[in-house]
Design a protein around this ligand. Structure first.
Ligand code: IMP
Length: 192
C-alpha cells in the first residue's frame, strides 16, 4: 500500500521510510509524488495542525498519508512555545529561541516541561487517526550538548539522568522521545 509523508523534511521522511517500509508500505515524500505544498499551520492545537497537513495531501492524492506536529510546552510559561515552537517570539534561529526560554524562566522555580508529538494518519478511506507521544522533563539552567536540534540543548528528560537531550547519543532519543512514543502507537495500530 502506498503512503505519503506530508513533509519536506528529509530526516523525517527517512525515519518514516526506515520504519514503515519493512511493514509493507511503499513510502513516498510529498515531493516524490509531485506535490509542492507548504500548508499554513493555522490550527490551535498539535492535533489540528497535524490534521491540516495530512488532509491537504489526502485531498490531492486520495491515498494513505502521515503527518506530524510537535513542540515543547513549558508549564511555567503557560504551555509556551507549544505549537509555536518553530517560531517562538518571532525569533529566526534555534539558539535565539532557546535563550528566550531560559530568559523567560529566570527566577521561576517550576522548570518542568514536556515535548509533545502528534502523528495524524489518514487511511485510504479518508478516516483520520491521531497518536500522541509525550516526553516529560524540565528545562536546564543553560545550554549543553550538540546532538539533535531545536530545544534539545536545554531539555533534560526525566529518563536522561540529568543530561540534556543534546548531550546524549541520538539512539537514546530515537528510543525514548515524544516522537518515538507517538510512532510506537502508530505502529501498534498498523500492525493490528
Ligand atoms: P515540527 O512541527 O515537528 O517540525 O517541530 C516544530 C518545532 O518544535 C521544531 O522546530 C523544534 O523547535 C521543536 N521540536 C520538535 N521536536 C523536537 C525535538 O525532538 N527536539 C528539539 N526540538 C524539537
Amino acid at each position: 500500500m502506498e503512503l505519503i509523508v506530508a513533509s519536506n523534511n528529509p530526516g523525517k521522511i527517512k525515519e518514516y521510510k526506515d520504519i514503515l517500509e519493512p511493514l509493507g508500505f511503499e513510502v513516498f515524500s510529498q515531493s516524490e509524488k509531485g506535490i509542492q505544498l507548504e500548508v499554513e499551520e493555522t490550527g490551535t492545537t498539535f492535533e489540528e495542525n497535524a490534521l491540516l497537513k495530512a488532509s491537504a495531501i489526502y485531498e490531492r492524492c486520495g491515498c494513505a498519508v502521515i503527518s506530524d506536529d510537535s513542540g515543547l510546552c513549558v508549564h511555567a510559561l503557560n504551555g509556551e512555545p507549544g505549537i509555536y515552537s518553530a517560531r517562538y517570539k518571532g525569533i529566526a534561529d534555534e539558539h535565539g529561541r532557546r535563550m528566550a526560554i531560559l530568559e523567560a524562566l529566570q527566577g521561576k522555580e517550576d522548570r518542568s516541561a514536556e515535548f509533545v508529538s502528534v502523528i495524524c494518519y489518514i487511511d485510504e478511506s479518508g478516516l483520520s487517526h491521531m497518536f500522541k507521544g509525550i516526553w516529560k522533563g524540565w528545562i536546564a539552567k543553560e545550554e549543553s550538548g550538540t546532538n539533535g536540534f531545536g530545544y534539545d540543548p536545554i531539555f533534560i528528560s526525566e529518563d536522561g539522568n540529568g543530561n540534556t537531550t543534546a548531550s546524549l547519543p541520538l539512539s537514546f532519543k530515537e528510543q525514548y522521545s515524544h516522537r518515538a512514543r507517538a510512532l510506537k502507537q502508530l505502529l501498534a495500530y498498523l500492525e493490528k
